[in-house]
Design a protein around this ligand. Sequence first.
Ligand code: ADP
Ligand code: MG
Length: 266
Amino acid sequence: MTDNVTGAVACRAVTKTFEQTTPELVAVDGVDLDIAAGEFVVILGPSGCGKSTLLSMIAGLEPMTSGSIEADGEPVTGPGPDRCMVFQQSSLYPWMSVADNVGFGLKLRGVPKNERRETARDLLHTMGLGGFADHHPDGLSGGMRQRAAIARALAMRPRVLLMDEPFAALDVQTRAKMQNYVAQLRDESGASVIFVTHSIDEAVALADRIVVFTARPGRIKATVNVDLERPRDPRSPGYHALHDQLVDLLADEVDRAFAEQERIRA
Ligand code: ADP
Ligand code: MG
């Protein structure tokens, strides 16, 4: 990694068409989006609007049909250690201990065992999993597994953390705790975070800026800066006003997404 790696991301007219479907399907249409170094951007939109597709393209896991994406001024042509993804369902290797899972990317990078072990232990401690380094993933709850998956992404010291509904499968209390972890983690690491969700509350809890997507094909409908003090207080008037604004912005899109799903099913 070079010194000029800061975590800034620039998307220009990013479009993704799945051509093998009949009729072909435009998932993401002409997205222009800049993420500043260290910024926490939440992409909010109804299900099926292209959020995961956009994130995969930024991660370099999915090619674009047209447009361009740059990370720190370099075109994204594939995955890179500067950008790490955390998925909705954690993808830990069941046969490895939690610590080995966290250190796995470092192993591929050739980091010596002792150093990997130390990094994994530090990160697991930070994520509240200090006592679980030698456990296997199936001995952990869903929330713990998801924290281990985040620790694994952080072990790579990415400048951009891409999170695709990472807490969607968790119960409400665990989810709130995890949101605090992630906010704290951005403050400590200075990494940029691009976080996808369909939950308005999650968006308001986390974002510096919320990018609202339309129903498919995914376009940017509105961008809203969140100027509320952290930690966000769901009882404050500012929180309520923003929440209402987002409900209004999303209402039509959710209806459109729902109608489309009904059409597909019919
Ligand atoms: P979201 O994450 O917002 O729920 P996705 O990005 O997963 O939405 O999907 C956007 C649209 O693209 C959906 O209609 C989905 O069915 C379609 N899609 C996603 N991946 C593929 C694929 N590999 N082939 C064909 N269509 C796809
Ligand atoms: Mg998705």
